[in-house]
Design a protein. Sequence first.
Length: 189
Amino acid sequence: MALTTVSELRSTLGVGTLYADAVLQEVCDASDAVLLPMLWNNTEYSIGHSNVGTVGTLYFDKNVQDIYYVGQSVVITNARAHFNGNKTITGVSNKTITVTTNHVADTPYHPFNPYASVAASTYVDWAEDKAVQQAALMISVDIWQARQVSSTGGVSPDFTPSPYRMGNTLLARVRGLIAHALSPNSMVG
């Protein structure tokens, strides 16, 4: 789900065909990587895993029994090849879920560093939300500008010029656009 398309970014920047699609796509992907974790989503984080035969267990630091259900499809990332991908939940308990893996060796519990992501279906398509799209486009333009002209900076919260565009004010500049979509989980700290 790309929040900003290459053609939108190309048109906004006015670069025509000067840059390859792949170069502009990197900027769009970076914008998504900055913005999407801040928005409401249906993702929990697994702190560890174990495996017995082809049954893999993912561990959580909170009760997930009311979040997941047997038969539910989830997309697992950052959990190595035998867990990563689209999986169907085969068991749920207080702080674990089980899925079928392609890993046949038994492995005891060991932690994920960083945590693995377990994403269930969501009912919101942020690519359809015009305010979120505009925020993603603004972030993409800022990323592009920072790549092209490093001396054009942002402005700090105390209104002093900053030589670095990618600082703590990157999201602050679009927070008004995405306020309705911000996840409370992203506002910690």
